[in-house]
Every structure is written in C-alpha cells, then in structure tokens.
Design a protein around this ligand. Structure first.
Ligand SMILES: NC(=O)c1ccc[n+]([C@@H]2O[C@H](COP(=O)([O-])OP(=O)(O)OC[C@H]3O[C@@H](n4cnc5c(N)ncnc54)[C@H](OP(=O)(O)O)[C@@H]3O)[C@@H](O)[C@H]2O)c1
Length: 486
C-alpha cells in the first residue's frame, strides 16, 4: 500500500451519475482524501455535500475547465460517457477521453481510474465498443500517465437499470416467454463491490497500466431472474422460445419495466454475446475484495429500496450531450400557459411545498390518475419514459431526480418546485408550483413547436381543465392534512 500520510486530492468526474454519486458518498468518509468534483451543474450536488467538497463546473470538452479541475490532483476518476447523445456518441466519447488524458498529463496527475464495460471487441455492441475505445485512449500514453481500467458487466444495486429491469419483470410476470439471449452468460457484480474496487485502486501500489475485470461467478440472465424471484419471495417460470428477436425483446422490456427503449435495447444488445472476465487481476491485485454472490446483491438492493436509501439511479444523469437541467430552469419564454391560483388560507408554505413534492411515482397524481396513466402509456408507446420511472424515493426530491415523465429542474425549499417534461411532445413543457406566502400559483407552461404543438395544446385543454384544477386543490388539501398531523 502507498503512503497515506498526506491528504491526497481526488477528482471525481460523473459525480452526478449512478456510479460517481455513490463513489463520492463513500469517499467523503475518508479523512486522508480531499474531494473535487467536476460536474455540469453544481446544483445537482446537495447543499450539505457542497460544503464538504470542491466543485468545478464544466465538461470534458473544455480544456480550460479540465486544467482547473485537474490542478494538484493525485488520482482522477473517469466515470462518464456520452451514450445518451443523439449524435455520434462514439466521437464524443473519443474526444472526451483524449481531452481528459492529455489534461491529466499536463497537470501531472499520477493515476486515472476508469470504469468501463466487460466484454471483448469482436462481439461487442456499439456501446461496449465505445467503452473499450475509451479505455484504450485513456491507457494509450502509458509512459506519462498510468490508467487502472476496471471492466464490469451488469451492476446490481438499488436504482441500477439492470436491477430495475430484473425486478419489474419478476414482479409483474409470473410466467415469462423469454428469448434465446436469456441463456447468455455474464458476470454480474454488486454496486458496493464495484465501489470497493474503485476505492482500493486509489491506494494500490503499482506503476504500470492495469486492466482489471470484475464480477461475481458467471450466470445467465435467466438464472438472475430466478434467483431475484427467490430473493423477493416469489416463484416464477421462464419458457424459452427461439423466435423473439432482440427488437421485440426490447419492446417487451419497455412495456413491463422502468427503462425507455434506448436503455432496454442497450441491455439486450449487450446480452447477445457472453460477457465474462478475461483476466484474474481482480484476485491478484485486490485479494481482500470478495465479490458478493448475486442473490445477496439483490437482497442488499431490495433492503435499500425498503429503507428509502437509494443514493443514485440510472436516470439521474442526462440523456443528452449537455446536462439536461441547465437550460430548463426558466420557462419564462413559454407562450401557452394554464395557470391555477389558489389562496393558502391558514396553510403554511412549508406544508404546501411538502405536499407538492409528494406527487408522482407510487404516490400518484392525487386525482384523475387514469388520465396520467393513459398519457404515460401513449408516451411509452412512442418511445418515451412514460410513468414507469416513478421516483427515486417517495418522501424526498432532489434536483435532477426523474419523476415519472418529468425531471426536477428547480427546487427552492418551501417556495418552488419546477418540473420539465421529458415526455414525447410537439414542444417543450414545464409544470411549476410557485408557493407564495398567501397563494399557490400552479402553471403548466408550453412552448409549442409549430402548428402540431398548438393543435396538441388546444386538443388536451379539456383534460388539462380537469386535471390541473384538481391537482392544485388536492395539493392544498394534502398540505392541510400534513399541517394537522404535525
Ligand atoms: N451503471 C452501470 O450499470 C454500469 C455498468 C458497467 C459499467 N459502467 C460504467 O461506469 C461508468 C459510469 O457509468 P454510470 O452508469 O455511472 O453513468 P451515468 O449514470 O449515465 O452518469 C454519467 C455521468 O457523466 C456526466 N457526464 C456526461 N458527459 C460528461 C462530460 N462530457 N463532462 C462531464 N461530465 C459528463 C453526467 O453528468 P450529468 O448529471 O450532468 O448528466 C453524469 O454525472 C461508465 O463508463 C459506464 O460504462 C456502468
């Protein structure tokens, strides 16, 4: 192990993503490390954490930002990707990795730690190939910067896409007609074990580049579903048929699980060929880490869900090249609005805020849930998120949280909740709850794109009339109950 007598500066990129957010939480507990985060929007980091870390705002496409972010850094985590970008994500990933590596060399960083995907180039999906290429770029100048490149397959943890897919399928379908790819072998790993490897890599004394494949014992997706059913106390039957194409499988997944087509297709594509470890470096260099068995990983994730301790979710990060929040916290330019104003009477702003922050997910939308569900179904059918993402926790909202087909883009305690619509729409939409000392102003904002946007808005007006009037009323009613119950 390396000397740990001085405080080392660690940079985490992707600190608002699934892995980065959890790694940040874990490393905050170490007094021998000082954390710096490179994020695209500092507000996505909670105020409590902001006080304990240094934050640099920007992205890996700006050299200036990278130079600032990497100054004085001992070890830098590269936990980002551009897979959500609609444009050429491979080229973006390439540029991002080159920029990062070169900036690390300029800054004299000692080590890059990268987490990519498990698998080999010959059979890799487009996404996995890009992850492999990223690792190769980061490792390409070995004389000047060292890279420890971890490769993981399916990651099991509360909020991970794979875990949510498995849980939804197992929960909803007692009997499953499954495609051939469910028999493909892979090596899942618990998210806590991934974090253990990433953390241990900071202290590893090793000078050269290293590729470390990590995972629990190999198993098929079918075995994963059966073991997950056992962990959930359910009995399930899987009947394998040779006729379901990957495309049909992806559509099947989006109907029954929380993920959109993009994520489902990536998972199915990844499972078409075997993804198993190719080296024994995990055991050799990290002998103290024993990846937990898959079923234990599922049980651990289920406990986190039950205890409302979901630190991160697959939909926390932006599904685009830029952060999906930065440009959306001001619907000021909207041209069509549905405004409902209700007096608070003797209800406090705090109770109204609490009540507004409870909407969505399992809590539902108070009344006319049938209309919300119908809108969600239509959205799913045209490739959107629908309502199935729900919410990360039923009693807490954080900036960047997905909320059914909305995203939380502004939160001001006791004053404002602003949701940006991520549903498929002919325009841009927001739902705003502006809680003033004496009234609640609830506004649905819409910027139509062309004539179809206007036709859409006016055709749903009668439904808006019902839904939004009642929503505002119910928020106040619930606030009254919250206040009365103390
Ligand atoms: N999650 C898994 O199941 C899994 C499995 C195997 C391997 N991995 C690997 O683990 C790594 C991290 O994945 P993840 O699932 O944690 O990703 P994620 O949840 O999608 O998060 C991506 C993060 O990168 C940030 N980001 C994207 N482009 C950026 C840029 N150009 N500059 C600065 N920040 C940028 C995002 O910021 P915003 O919040 O602003 O969007 C977000 O914080 C990836 O390399 C992935 O291949 C993940």
């Amino acid at each position: 192990m390396e000397q740990k007598d001085t405080v080392r500066k660690i940079l985490i990129t992707g600190a608002t993503g699934y892995i980065g957010r959890r790694l940040k939480t874990r490393l905050l507990g170490r007094s021998d490390l000082s954390l710096r985060l490179l994020v695209r929007n500092r507000n996505k980091i909670s105020p409590a954490t902001r006080d304990r870390v240094e934050i640099i705002e920007g992205d890996t496409f700006s050299q200036q930002t990278l130079d600032r972010a990497l100054e004085g850094v001992h070890t830098a985590f590269y936990l980002i990707h551009s897979m959500g970008a609609k444009k050429d994500f491979e080229e973006l990933d390439r540029r991002s990795a080159e920029n990062f590596r070169d900036a690390c060399i300029r800054a004299g960083v000692r080590r890059i730690i990268y987490l990519g995907g498990l698998g080999i180039r010959e059979t890799a999906s487009r996404h996995l190939r890009s992850r492999i290429e990223t690792g190769e770029i980061l490792s390409a100048v070995s004389g000047r910067i060292q890279t420890i490149w971890f490769r993981a397959g399916i990651i099991i943890g509360s909020g991970s896409a794979s875990f949510e897919i498995i849980c939804s399928l197992v929960h909803k379908l007692p009997v499953m007609i499954t495609p051939r790819w469910v028999a493909t072998r892979t090596q899942p790993i618990a998210v806590d074990d991934v974090l253990s490897y990433l953390e241990a890599a900071i202290d590893l004394s090793h000078q050269d580049n290293l590729q470390v494949d990590i995972g629990a014992p190999a198993m098929s997706f079918k075995e994963m579903m059966l073991q997950a059913a056992r962990a959930m106390g359910l009995r399930r039957w899987l009947i394998q048929v040779p006729v379901l194409t990957p495309r049909i499988s992806s559509f099947w997944l989006i109907l029954f699980t929380t993920v959109p087509l993009r994520v489902a297709a990536a998972l199915v594509e990844g499972l078409k060929s075997e993804t198993v470890v190719q080296n024994d470096n995990a055991k050799r260099y990290f002998p103290d880490i024993y990846p937990m068995a898959y079923e234990k990983a599922v049980r651990t994730a289920l406990v986190e869900l039950e205890q409302h301790q979901v630190i991160s979710r697959w939909c926390d990060s932006s599904a685009d090249i830029a952060c999906d929040i930065t440009a959306h916290d001001d619907p000021g330019g909207s041209v069509l609005r549905d405004v409902r104003i209700l007096p608070l009477g003797n209800i406090s702003q705090a109770a109204v805020y609490k009540s507004a922050c409870r909407i969505g997910g399992e809590n539902g939308w108070f009344t006319y849930n049938i209309f919300w569900r119908l809108r969600g179904l239509i959205d799913k059918l045209v490739g959107g998120y629908g309502l199935s993402r729900g919410r990360r926790m039923d009693h807490e909202l954080r900036l960047g949280d997905a909320l059914d087909f909305w995203k939380v883009v502004d939160l001001k305690e006791n004053k404002r909740l602003l949701l940006h619509a991520q549903m498929k729409l002919p325009g841009k939409a927001w739902l705003e709850f502006d809680i003033q000392p004496d009234q609640l102003v609830q506004t649905a904002h819409f910027i139509p794109s062309g004539i179809w946007g206007r036709i859409y808005w006016y055709s749903v007006l009668p439904i808006h009339n019902l839904v939004f009037t009642n929503l505002a009323r119910q928020i106040l009613d619930t606030a009254r109950t919250i206040e009365q119950s103390g």
